[in-house]
Design a protein around this ligand. Structure first.
Ligand SMILES: Cc1cc2nc3c(=O)[nH]c(=O)nc-3n(C[C@H](O)[C@H](O)[C@H](O)COP(=O)(O)OP(=O)(O)OC[C@H]3O[C@@H](n4cnc5c(N)ncnc54)[C@H](O)[C@@H]3O)c2cc1C
Length: 315
């Protein structure tokens, strides 16, 4: 267990909040407090802060919290959230440097004006840092296809640059150095006409709107699409998509507490208002068991679950 750290606030330009309720910034609107939330003003501030963190204290970066389920008992240690000063978008010929705090949809729109196509990011509501950590993607494109290198700091506050080949992007993951905070990335998007990119973004938005509950409190797809690890021949399944397995197991609309399997897209779990993280995780586990029972496929969580349950906190 990580010890709680206290800092001399005068040493840093950024803000420090103790016992900060992560439900306030999480897309799912759930989650207990983190011991310390630090929002650095700039790279030096971040580096200096990290150099003061005791080795035993855990540090975790977050972006928009759109793929995180923080449990109700909260999180030990420190959460780092990058802000405005990590939001550069610098075009240099074929390449673009993107600050990690940039909101991905904003990057897609801004670059489209200059004829750089990262249109798929228009519908992924996280930050560039989170997109890289998750190798976020949709409609056949992944951020990892475009990243040339990243920069960031390790837990001791040391600057590190990592080249594309060492990142080993895979489905919903990549190989970041241990305890690494991405602060920026260099990407190389395809260049094309602004109108073409805008048309693609409009089509993607409209497709999302029709097929996914994007206006609800969710974390997007809850489970990864299985990679054919079934031991059964699933005659009724043409493609091994998580949503299809969940749907065929009869779980559309299933509720636990105030959490619900979306009727619009069964791989999305929704906070109907007033759900706890426990409701959402319990519903997710119920879905996994029911799908396993029927198809002998154990779904893997795509949403990252962190922190402790309430009871663990009190014990
Ligand atoms: C409506 C909806 C639709 C979605 N659709 C898609 C989709 O089509 N495709 C898709 O891939 N995802 C989708 N998602 C999930 C989510 O938006 C993406 O995974 C997104 O890239 C996460 O970014 P974030 O900034 O919110 O990261 P967070 O949720 O805050 O964090 C996710 C992970 O990234 C790490 N991380 C965050 N920032 C950094 C950093 N600076 N340095 C190092 N690690 C960091 C965190 O530690 C954590 O492990 C969707 C979510 C929602 C709510």
């Amino acid at each position: 267990m990580s010890e709680v750290a206290f800092f001399d606030e005068n040493e840093f330009l950024g803000s420090i909040n103790y016992s900060f309720p992560l439900s306030k910034i999480s897309w799912l609107k759930v989650g207990g407090p983190v011991d310390v939330l630090f929002r650095p003003r700039n790279l030096d501030d971040l580096s200096r802060f990290l150099s003061r963190v005791p080795v035993s204290v855990q540090v975790m970066p977050i972006g928009a919290c759109s793929n995180l389920l923080v449990r109700d008992g909260g999180l030990s240690g420190i959460v780092i959230k990058l802000g405005r000063n990590f939001s550069e978008i610098e075009v240099k010929g074929e390449q673009v440097k993107l600050g990690a705090a940039n909101f991905s949809p904003k990057v897609a729109v801004s670059l489209s004006e200059q004829g750089y196509d990262l249109s798929f990011l228009r519908t992924i509501p996280g930050t560039i840092g989170g997109a890289i950590a998750m190798n976020a993607g949709c409609y056949g494109k992944y951020i990892g296809d475009y990243v040339q290198s990243i920069e960031g700091v390790d837990k001791a506050g040391k600057y590190i640059r990592v080249s594309r080949k060492n990142l080993e992007f895979q489905y919903r993951t990549c190989k970041l150095p241990k305890n690494f905070i991405v602060t920026s990335a260099v990407v190389r998007p395809i260049r094309t006409k602004t109108d073409t990119i805008k048309k693609k973004m409009t089509e993607m938005l409209s497709k999302r709107e029709k097929t996914q509950p994007i206006k609800k409190a969710t974390c997007g797809s809850t489970f990864k699409n299985p990679d054919g690890k079934s031991s059964l021949m699933l005659e009724e399944i043409t493609e091994l998509k998580a949503w299809r397995l969940i749907d065929n197991a009869g779980l559309r609309g299933k509720k636990i507490g105030r959490a619900m399997v979306s009727n619009k897209h069964p791989n999305f779990l929704i906070n109907m208002g007033g759900a706890t993280a426990h409701d959402i995780e319990a519903l997710g586990e119920h879905v996994r068991e029911a799908v396993y029972e029927k198809y002998k496929v154990m779904l893997d969580w795509e949403v990252i679950r962190v922190g402790r349950n309430k009871l663990e906190q009190n014990s």
